[in-house]
Design a protein around this ligand. Sequence first.
Ligand code: WT7
Length: 578
Amino acid sequence: MPKSDIFQKSGFKFRIPPHLTDYAEVYKNFSWQQAASEITFFPDGKLNAAYNAVDRHLKGVNKEKLALIWEGSDGAKETYTFAQLASLSNQVANLLKTKGVQKGDRVFLFLPRIPLLYVSFLGILKIGSVAGLLFSAFQEQALFDRLKDSGSKVLITNRELSKRLEKVRQNLPDLKEVLIVDDDNFKKELESQSDQVEIEKTDPDDNAFMLYTSGTTGKPKGVVHHHYAILSQHITAKYVLDIHDEDIYWCTADPGWVTGIAYTILGSWSNAVTSVIYEGRFDPEKWYQILADYKVSVWYTAPTAIRMLMAKGDDILKKYDLSALRHILSVGEPLNPEAIRWSVNVLGLPFHDTWWQTETGCICIANYPVMDIKFGSMGKPFPGIEAAIVNDEGKVLPVNTEGNIALKPGWPSMMRTIWQNEEKYKSYFIGNWYLTGDHGLVDEDGYFWFIGRADDVIKTSGERVGPFEVESALVEHPAVIEAGVIGKPDTLRGEIIKAFVVLEKEYFEKCRDENAAAGLKEELSVYVKKHLAGHAYPREIEFIDKLPKTRSGKIMRRILKAKEMGLPVGDTSTLEEY
Ligand code: WT7
């Protein structure tokens, strides 16, 4: 590897000495038991993740510290101290109790990034109920699948988003209450609640929150995390994000994504850091303005956003004073070396790539402030986490050999089950290893490199999309007989969703006309956007005569992908028709 592709840290002037001073040393001596002293336990080893994130700070100097600096899409600004977050979340907790919510009940959140989303999440955990998170881009099908599978008892949403529930609500018998946060009634009820609550002293392995995520087959799966996950989230936020008392920290992720939970609500607040939350959508100038206005010093974002900032050009950047930034990180998809070169050029700081998953609950492989960065590598495993490259039988492979990225289970935030699908949960493991579904390799210095997914999961703008969900949405349309969906490489978004569609005869005939075909493609894209989710629709559609399938009728997406990319299609012996 050429030397220019390494960012050396030896001469780097840290503005604040990093928490993790010697990676190798800490990795060698790390124990979760020792790390647990950073977390506050109740007697008998009980704990509560929300208490650790917020309420424990009320006993010390951070009580009146700013926890949240919020800016709305419309420019509104609000701030909250840790004491205020605690009181408000207590009121939500009490309100939920009046609605009959009990320990273990699922309460789902379907809201934009407004303060009440964060406060409600904390309130749900405080009474031992289980928070479920839904992206506000979700439409009725995505909503229905998740609320149905989880048996959610309460949904907290707003007036506008609640409309998407209307058609499917009668098929959700477990859903007893829909709380609309912008209704006067709700506001009155909330205000009338006491701001004190008895926080549930949960066991470390009691459920705290769940997130649905996509695999290759079937509907999305409910990944369940426990209260004890807070330990991993706290210590990774400290050592990887390197947040210090004086930092202003901005994680751009939505809590519909695990990053927005682990590193906006739990691990970051448990370190008592001041967080910025911006409700609005991505916009280059707005983002630079937020970084400048709030003097953000630690910034955790994602490659697609970085690439979009790069594409916007460096001229607009000159208008903003970003000199407060001192540590910048990225997650969710491969971080191109080009993006690191760019940040070094324009910000004087390298982006630090981090790798993890909804299932792992915390950052597992990372570039640490003190460690040299090899451009394009995800870095090294977090202390207390063993990572390796294994073959399909779970045998560890030698260095520089491509295989499955695998982790040894045992860190606190590892998912503990897939909601009502123990079989799926078990399928993640082989021998002693948890298989991540990613391919990669580890080099002679112990740096991990991402190569690609081992399965058909699509990563578009960092969002994980299961092809099956999109295919199912497409076949609901009367024109479609069947559909095969793949991720097509895209320089900006990592991948875009591409659908291969087999049409009903009458539509097929009509679409001999080019304009009619273009019109139907647009209609199908919009159809998926409206029924499934705003981000999970095909940006490209191709009509084809038939889909490549196995003898058992499974769509061979890998063949669609190989053809799309002009690559050899590989072994087709199991194909029925091709
Ligand atoms: C998948 C997990 C937890 C963060 C949000 C994503 C891909 C994640 C990287 C990275 C290359 C990455 C992997 C992984 N991924 N980080 N640094 N480099 N790929 O969580 O939605 O559960 O997706 O995102 O494929 O398995 P997620």
